[in-house]
Design a protein around this ligand. Sequence first.
Ligand SMILES: *Cc1c(COP(=O)(O)O)cnc(C)c1O
Length: 402
Amino acid sequence: MSVSILENQRNAVLDTFGQKIDELKAGELYREFLPVGHLAADRGHTGYRGRKVQVWCSNDYLGMSQHPEVIQAQIDSTGRHGTGTGGSRNIAGTSTAHVELEDRLAAWHGKERALVFSSGYVANFETLSTLISAIDGLVVFSDSLNHRSLIEGIVRSGAKKHVFAHNDMADLESKLALYEADRPKLIVFESVYSMDGDTSPVSAVFDLAEKYNALTFLDETHSIGVRGPLGAGLSAEIDDHRATFVQGVFGKAIGTVGGYVAGPDTALDYVRSFAPGFIFTTALPQAAMDATLRSLRLVQEGDALRAELAAKTELMKAELRSRGIDFIDADSHLVPVMVPGGERVRRVSRQLLEEHDIYVQPINFPSVARGGERFRVTVAPFRTPEQIANFADAMQKCLQEN
Ligand SMILES: *Cc1c(COP(=O)(O)O)cnc(C)c1O
């Protein structure tokens, strides 16, 4: 075949991507990324096209990514150690800060051991896929609203899986009851589900796990830092520490980057030894670990921050309610404002940004069901009552005009 025929064939293959993107656009599912530059000197604000814009959709729940002490810890550590580790955890990439952080995380959750990964996604994917595939015949029970990283880890393991209706203990029990007591089982769930902001019945899950002889894996991503004594999460808040494994991330309330799993020593030693995404990747910089350690200490001492976050969240709900704005009154710091319609939520978002210097990212399918489009509003502790009232005013105006 001539060169041009081969080239045409290659182009035809590449064209399929364009067709799929066109389908996304036609279905109002195409994602826009807003290029911004967060402003550490002006917490809660970001730079966008030369303007200063308020961010109301950040997962940096406590504003720790812009905390002066956390910033300084990272700068100081970078000065001492440089910007990178230059190796995997196995090859010169394990610093004393990695070890100290893992020890503190284990203690925070009352577990024997903790392992730090490049991200929360990697922590979930690698731990679940590695552990599950190591146990013959293990059956997984997974909440229907679990995060993609949990789902992908379970799928990758190749194990038999049951998806139980979200937070539905009767459904979970009916599925657990299909198996003999000696069949290995693992229940995978989250403590706070960020799209609806609801919490799971953690103790009821542990009760079922005991009754049916199951291990549990609890993703506390959205509750660490913001719930419980020392900010150790929802299981700490209810003082029920029966989770076999607890997972958390640094990119949200801790304000840095990375993720971890805490749990039994030998199981995590196995993950450390066999998980490809733990072994065959460059370790996070020591400076990131030092910043995380500093933030973790501040967060653990942060009862005042948590109280402020709760108070400002309640204030936001009151302001939305008094203006007749539809939101989910959830049992968490998350405030989902419902704006059904993929195109509409996008228009409202654009108008908030262009006319009011307010940034809230539209949440669309597949993150939420079609018709469940929304803004996932977060209110940082440092927000002023005026900023919150202005946000609600702007939201009301843009909803009326769209
Ligand atoms: C964000 C998130 C993760 C992934 O954490 P990253 O550090 O962002 O990769 C895992 N689980 C849940 C529930 C999350 O919301």
